[in-house]
Design a protein around this ligand. Sequence first.
Ligand SMILES: Cc1ncc(COP(=O)(O)O)c(C=O)c1O
Length: 400
Amino acid sequence: MTDLFSKFDPLIQQREQLLATGVTDPFSLVMERVVSPTVAICNGRETILLGTYNYMGMTFDEDVIAAGKDALDKFGSGTTGSRVLNGTYQGHKECEDALKEFYAMDHAMVFSTGYQANLGIISTIAGKGDYVILDIDSHASIYDGCAMGNAEIVAFRHNDVEALEKRLKRLPPEAGKLVVLEGVYSMLGDIAPLKEMIRVSKEAGAMVLVDEAHSMGFIGEHGRGVAEAQGVLDDVDFVIGTFSKSVGTVGGFCVSNHPKFEILRLVCRPYVFTASLPPSVVATAATSIRKLMHGSNKRAHLWENSKSLHKGLRDLGFTLGTEEPQSAIIAVIMPDLEKGAMMWEALLEEGLYVNLARPPATPAGMTLLRCSLCAEHSSDQVVEILGRFERAGKRVGIIG
Ligand SMILES: Cc1ncc(COP(=O)(O)O)c(C=O)c1O
């Protein structure tokens, strides 16, 4: 018998080597209690959360929690069915209405996760013989959507407008083309030059999908994302998003003005062949989305936090993923996985949680400590975070 697990041997070995150094496993942390969007108890210690993507801090919003409890009481714990059968409740419609209003678009379709939204939309609209042109650093759900749909994948260099244009020019003019971009790239926290990319895509006759997972709620005047901030939202054919970041719960969606959009509800397999979100989840999502429409003060405070942390870390001597803060994600580049894991552990001992990211999820084989800020972090917490980075960085020898 061939052991089907033998393909995982290199990863098993790498993990064993890392744990043999005595470092805590960075991928099995348990949050024993969550006190607020910015504080949890981990290993019995009060810990500041700086790696949750809870950008707008909606997880403990009183209206959001009340809406979830009410829906749990009135509609039960789950739908036990697909959206196209018994799984569409009033709350799912209300959630889609909230999204249409939030984006000022004609259509909205809610999926059970953001992963499934990308998987479903990309695989359904780009099939055999079509082309998906994507940034090489695209999220796994985008790549998986391409694989499932069987379209030809054409990748271009990260955030390179010229490379995108060149690839588009080489494709048959009559072929179906979908350009897939992200507003914010979650590994380094950098934003895409959407304005130029959308221009060259449209000139080549391509449709455009933008995943705004890490910008919804925060970037743009109304929090609609990077496409809004760059004044090109009207030229985007499909916006994909998630409820697992700024919205503060779980779920995914696609919004669009395409006149035939509604047919997707019958042909999109990751929408049809899975159970719909529980009533409590769609109720929390709808309430949160409606509150995010009026979140400009929170957006301004989150920008302040992002700028202070970026400047503070740079002044301490850390190497960061971007020259300037471009989003609420600040990536601190580590020399290697071992040092990265040591630094991650030292920060946890200081009472600070960040995400450790390593290849293959990261670009160019980098090990990163990814920090994601929250609108609920106080200015004092940001000062505290910098102190903890300084102490841990000196202890591990990342900074002098
Ligand atoms: C760019 C991007 N798209 C989609 C997703 C998937 O979202 P979800 O957590 O809702 O499955 C993520 C999540 O990390 C993401 O970063």
